[in-house]
Ligand binder design. Sequence first.
Ligand code: TXA
Ligand code: MG
Length: 336
Amino acid sequence: MITYILGDKMQTKILKIDVNNILENKIDEAKDVILSGGLVAFPTETVYGLGANANDKEAIKKIFIAKGRPSDNPLIVHIAYIEQALDYAKNISDEAQMLMKAFWGGPLTIILPKRESVPYEVTAGLETVAIRLPSHPVAHAIIKAAGVGIAAPSANTSGKPSPTIARHVIEDLDGKVDMIIDSGSAVFGVESTVIDMESLQILRPGAISLEDIKEYLPNASYGTGGDTAPKSPGMKYTHYSPKAKVILVTNRDNFSELANKKTAIIAPMAENLKINDAFVLSAGKNNQDYAARLFYLLRKADELGAEVIYAQMPSPEGIGQAVINRLLKASGGNVL
Ligand code: TXA
Ligand code: MG
């Protein structure tokens, strides 16, 4: 722990892995780091994750140090095939199994009762464990090769926007982790949907929408955030925050009077806004594009030196709900 306070850096290996040509020797290198108790940042279909052997308490502790993550915020265990969930969770309901079959591999994290063997370092003291089976071929190959679950939060410094490209991981974690894998851009761009199987509540909206889940579980709902739902500890912290101040804008007609040289505008089809005085950053054509670009653009606005980011509120359909959630967090609820 003291190492980082003193500013000593470790040597971080940057390893490129081509998603379309995954070489076994590279996967083995990553596996060796995981199995020897080290940290590997790796791509997933949502955002990059920072992984360690889920069975290794000491390795898990290193994740919290590298990210500066509060120790009461639990991690997701990533697995390579459905049956591996049995190594970490017990009392897996029929409903949970249905969701696994429907949405795994893919961006759904399922909260289940933990097995005794799962270290409390992973679950931050909770009796439940978060499990997800990613679809990204590089993530899948590493987890499969390791033969253990890989506990992994997003691979950013705590509080910053999650990384969707390896360069952003390098900016946050170079010198603090053993290995960073570069496999290009994440696909979805926002983190997985988190669902709690006891309450059937979505604790964090993500790439899989409530409507998608309701096709299988008609009683599923969004967590209220009220006194019955302190269940996703991570959601109480500041999140996704660039250096610039973020303000959400509901009506895009207001951009022209808000824009000036110190501002960045993030909006769908922003190129059509005809604004000269601001950094105009397009969020693409639809909610999928917005999700895929959001974290990238928040960091981009910082690189450009914007002091204020005005971001257009997306429509709430599909992944739009997740984008709204992240923007509300990034802005601390500041909506115009
Ligand atoms: O897409 C993702 O989920 C990415 C990639 C890397 O897989 N991971 C990710 O992890 O976003 P992280 O640590 O940034 O977010 C995990 C969320 C946090 O809000 C945490 O509080 C919640 O899941 N969580 C984890 N375990 C939980 C549990 N047992 N009960 C309730 N919430 C839990
Ligand atoms: Mg995170």
